[in-house]
Write a protein that binds this ligand. Structure first.
Ligand code: BG6
Length: 480
């Protein structure tokens, strides 16, 4: 028997992502017959109430794909056991429910403050055995020190090989495709360096605000919530050297090297290389949207909801190539994309024609597509003395290429499956998480020392004016 235990089973992440993902895995026949799933949280709850809850969230997230049969099969695996990390004795029931289990995966879909108490209670109660694994969600800590403390405490119960740190961006199809694009084609790799690439942009724009999570978000802000993990992971996949193979450590070794090559941003450069913003009231997607400080539960705050940075990867491949990173809540559009801006032609023979440098745009959200802009001749005879040129785009839309895959998978489907299959490739290793904090801590400490407050920006815009100046200072501009 194998068991997946979900702590925080009545919480938001479980409802939005985990149960729907498990439903889809069940529906597609991807869960092995010997797997059972135990939901756990602090309070007592009857099996019926738990099954009703799971059923409701699954129905609401599987519209158009709901099948009673698949739900019945999943339901047969589900049960509920209460356990409260504040009372380690309450883990006895769970430990006895797991007795004789060959393999257990504990998924902590809880507040990060509970990671350590739960891991310790699992160790003390005997629920955790040398073969069990633990899955924890980002953010791992608020800074290097707290991340190390969490890693040490969890590491006292689970060996590093058995700790699966989730960054759900690594489960996204389009993010995985970055590896294929770079390392399954010969076309790009010879150009993928400072000789041909002028700069790189990574944008993750969200139209939503803090979605009722002010309490959590205000402690973290955009740099800890998005940049330390999702955006730096994207940067690693763009910038890393070809790994020796796809085995877990080969890929993660290359990512760590990138993180360790990130140039620190000293105090004197903070105002040129970093921008903090906080959304004010505005119009987003046609509706008036409240400012960050007007959100439910808000209090006066200097937490940023937008950040733009100029990162530099100091190594042979990328010396001198800026990586512009930008993310924010209440942006003009939901758009996540990576832009590889190539250099201009060294000399133009097309006098009077503006030649736009090639640009490769990899869109991750809302659509997944890849577009390469190239200069073309305009078809016409009336061109005495030269040609008319214009940029056109070679487009690859992944939804058109794979029309039989109508449903876009939830990133957690893949990650749950990989954790159940004991494959850590898509999970963040301790040294990666810590190396990312080293760079982020330098920036956050600089902001604190220089009292750099976030600049307000209107909800529904692309952030404060400083974000545009950040790229324009180097003669660049944000794409899109
Ligand atoms: C989470 C952040 O990790 O990622 C949220 O905590 C953010 O603040 C979310 O909204 C974005 O994920 P996605 O998959 O919608 O881009």
């Amino acid at each position: 028997m194998r068991t997946l235990v979900i702590f925080g089973a009545t919480g938001d992440l479980a409802a939005r992502m985990l149960f729907p993902s498990l439903y889809f895995l069940e529906r597609d026949g991807l869960l092995t017959p010997d797997l059972r799933i135990i939901g756990s949280s602090r309070g007592a709850m009857t099996q019926e109430a738990f099954l009703d809850l799971a059923h409701t969230v699954i129905r609401s997230r599987s519209e158009g794909y709901y099948e009673d049969g698949a739900w019945e099969r999943l339901k047969a695996r589900l049960s509920y056991v209460a356990a409260d990390a504040a009372e380690p004795d309450s883990f006895a029931d769970l430990a006895s429910a797991l007795e004789g289990d060959e393999e257990t995966v504990f998924y902590l879909s809880t507040s990060p403050t509970l990671f350590v108490p739960i891991a310790q209670a699992l160790g003390a109660s005997g629920a955790a055995t040398p073969t069990s694994r633990i899955v924890i969600e980002k953010p791992i800590g608020r800074d290097l020190k707290s991340c190390q403390a969490i890693n040490d405490a969890i590491g006292a119960v689970f060996s590093e090989r058995r700790i699966f740190r989730i960054d759900h961006y690594l489960g996204k199809e389009a993010v995985q495709n970055l590896l294929a694009l770079r390392f399954a084609n010969t076309l790009f790799e010879p150009l993928w360096n400072k000789v041909s690439i002028d700069h790189v942009q990574i944008t993750v724009g969200e139209t939503v605000g803090v979605e009722g999570r002010f309490g959590y978000y205000d402690e973290y802000g955009a740099i800890r919530d998005m940049v330390q993990n999702h955006i730096l992971q994207l940067l690693c996949l763009v910038a890393m050297e070809p790994p020796a193979s796809l085995d877990p450590d080969s890929v993660r070794n290359e990512k760590v090297k990138v993180l360790r090559s990130l140039r620190p941003i000293p105090g004197g450069e903070l105002s040129k290389r970093t921008v903090r913003g906080q959304y004010a009231r505005g119009v987003a997607e046609g509706h008036t949207a409240p400012g960050y400080l007007e959100e439910a539960g808000a209090h006066p705050s200097r937490t940023e909801t937008f950040v733009a940075l100029q990162a530099n990867v100091d190594n042979w491949r990328w010396a001198g190539v800026p990586f512009y990173l930008r993310t924010g809540k209440r942006m003009a559009e939901r758009a996540s994309e990576i832009v590889i801006q190539f250099r201009e032609v060294p000399y133009s023979i097309f006098s009077g024609q503006e030649l736009l440098a090639n640009r490769l745009v990899i869109r991750l959200q809302p659509q997944e597509d890849i577009a390469l802009s190239v200069m073309n001749k305009t078809p016409s005879l009336a061109q005495a003395g030269g040609m008319q040129l214009m940029p056109l785009s070679l487009n690859l839309s992944l939804s058109h290429a794979f029309p039989t895959q109508p449903r876009r998978r939830i990133a957690y489907e893949r990650l749950l499956l990989e954790a159940l299959n004991d494959n850590p490739t898509l999970f963040v290793r301790r040294d990666e998480a810590e190396a990312a904090w080293v760079w982020i801590d330098g920036i956050v400490q600089g902001w604190e020392q220089h009292a750099m407050a976030p600049a307000p920006y209107a909800a529904g815009s692309w952030g404060p004016a400083g974000a545009f100046a950040l790229t324009e200072r180097n003669g660049h501009s944000w794409a899109g």
